[in-house]
Design a protein around this ligand. Structure first.
Ligand SMILES: CC(C)CCC[C@@H](C)[C@H]1CC[C@H]2[C@@H]3CC=C4C[C@@H](O)CC[C@]4(C)[C@H]3CC[C@]12C
Length: 265
């Protein structure tokens, strides 16, 4: 009853939200009754639209903050460079926290990568053994989602299994596609007992078409992770760039086999 009322009074429904193209067409003030009615109905101060708007803002802010980190040229040092041309740079930020930036060239157009990494994010465990599961819990328009990610319980994962609750936001411009993310909260999915909830963000991926080369992209990925739990920093700072290289390796394999038969779990 309540969700239905909320939708009615706010004048929204999911199909409507999904079909929205721009984030700026979303005006909470266009339904002046919303807050008042809901408050009376449920004794709450919040309205559905306001919550969604808050995720949208968190997502946009995450992307902006992550881009600022990437664009600040100071203090980066090379961590490693691979034969494939991939390179990882790192920088120590406040609180002695190290962030990592992977640079790679991938054999796919920005649009293909957007499709694999954002639209079909729930399929990631099928091609990436580091991922246990990814679920999109909320869609806010086309550009923003709230996702729950569980890393795999893989052998050799020195950190151990983690889960993440993130807000994700995508932005397409004439030049680039940006994917941003940051840790967030959702009442229906608090940290699970016995499970270590890690934080990933503010983080971003920048996908640019390679100069003079249709069908290839420059891929820049800022990993800004707090793995939580009691793990020596030196170990974490080895595992994270490893995880970035592994991710890129599996992404390349996925790009080579776009039509393989999918196994459903
Ligand atoms: C070292 C241990 C703790 C973690 C290892 C797994 C890491 C590398 C995994 C866990 C969750 C994963 C993220 C889950 C979801 C997304 C959103 C997508 O649009 C781009 C990739 C991105 C951002 C993944 C990058 C890799 C990731 C951060």
């Amino acid at each position: 009853m309540l969700p239905a009322m909320a939708k009615l009074c706010c004048g929204i429904s999911y199909p409507h939200l999904r079909s929205m193209t721009g984030t700026h067409t979303f005006h909470p003030q266009s339904s002046p009754l919303c807050g008042g009615l809901l408050e009376r109905a449920a004794g709450q101060h919040d309205c559905v639209e306001e919550t969604e708007l808050s995720y949208q803002r968190q997502g946009q802010q995450a992307l902006q903050e992550a881009l600022e980190i990437v664009r600040d040229a100071d203090g980066w040092r090379m961590e490693m460079s691979e034969g494939s041309g991939d390179a990882i740079y790192s920088k120590v930020r406040h609180g002695n926290h190290k962030v990592f930036r992977l640079e790679a060239e991938l054999e796919a157009s920005p649009e293909e990568l957007y499709d694999i990494l954002f639209v079909k994010v729930e399929e990631m465990h099928q091609w990436n053994p580091s991922i246990g599961q990814i679920k999109v819990l909320k869609h806010i328009g086309k550009e923003t989602t709230v996702t729950h990610e569980v890393s795999a319980e893989t052998v050799g994962n020195l950190i151990g299994q983690r889960d993440f609750l993130s807000v994700r936001h995508s932005l397409k411009t004439a030049e680039c596609i940006y994917l941003g993310g940051a840790p967030t909260h959702l009442e229906t999915l608090p940290p699970q007992p016995g499970f270590v909830r890690a934080e990933d963000g503010p983080t971003c991926i920048i996908i640019q078409p390679s100069a003079n080369c249709a069908g290839k992209s420059r891929f820049t990925w800022l990993l800004n992770m707090d793995v939580k739990g009691w793990i020596p920093k030196s170990l974490v700072n080895q595992a994270l760039p490893r995880a970035q290289l592994d991710f890129t390796k599996h992404l390349r394999r996925r790009l080579k086999t776009p039509c393989r038969v999918r196994t459903h779990h």
